[in-house]
Ligand binder design. Sequence first.
Ligand code: DNO
Length: 361
Amino acid sequence: MKMSFRWYGEGNDEVSLPFIKQIPGVEGIVWSLHDMPAGEVWSEERILAEKELIEKQGFHIDVVESVNVHEDIKLGLLSRDKYIDNYIETLKRLAKVGVKVVCYNFMPVFDWTRTELYKEMEDGSNALFFEKSKISDIEPIDLIEKLSKNVSVTMPGWEPERLSQLKETFKKYEGFTAEDLWENLQYFLERVIPVCEEHDIKMGIHPDDPAFPIFGLPRIIINKENIVRFLNLVDSPYNGLSLCTGSLGSSDNDIPDIIDEVHDRIHFIHIRNVKRFDNGDFIESSHRACDGSVDIIKVIQTLHKHDYQGYVRPDHGRHIWGEEKWARPGYGLYDRALGIMYILGAWDNLQAQKNGEQVAI
Ligand code: DNO
């Protein structure tokens, strides 16, 4: 596996590249032009500037997360072709500078959703929390307003222009079904994937987070059956998955089983843990298998069994050692760095066993 770390860009992330450099094993930065509205073509100058910045610190730029999909594409409006053309142009420009994988999602309106960003834990740390009952009695706009109060940065999926149109966007989705979303996803892929094949850049869809419908909007990348259906929409290695153990772990998915089924189409993985409760709530926990509901060790063993050679990053960590004062929700430095050490510890151990080395006790 190739370890990487998500970074939001100069002036947009309190975690600096030199700090990331000090985490053992990180080879690449997972990046994006976060201020670029969905549907616009990314400028070549901006792409090159970002590449230079990241490579100067000794990291590769192989993975972009995300190039966001314009809402009109998900809705299947007439205007979608223009936005797909733009998407394709961006992909070509990214491929030209050496990007290998683009992570994206196809969730209506929202990206990831939680009801609390800094839920306090007994040990004094805090973490992203999803309380199911809160979602049913709150208007989406009120939830976003409540959450954004303590946050000074723009979070992916919660961009101001997207939020300012929330009411109108919801109106457009009235009567919209999961099958409509499948159809529009297929339309998008049928146009984009042939270009990816030609330019050698792989697409990895991110599972829906949480992995069940919210606010009456359909969500489809939520379980094994649907992931298999998705991969068959366009059966090409360029149409792949960004497996996220935390998103799929928000409902009762057997993630090692999913990996067994589709490992050859996984291009990128987010590894993190969540603790699920019987009432449907979940909280993000440390990466350790015993701290959450996802058996992260088994996930790593399964990846190792299939000789996974793709990209990996730790995902959301808890905010620890006081970093909630400055860190982006879920994207502090410390717990993600600890997560990396856990993942690499497990991986190195498996490698050592494979190589027949004596494991010191
Ligand atoms: C959350 C992330 C997601 C992910 C997008 C991909 O922290 O995993 O926001 O980047 O869904 O498009």
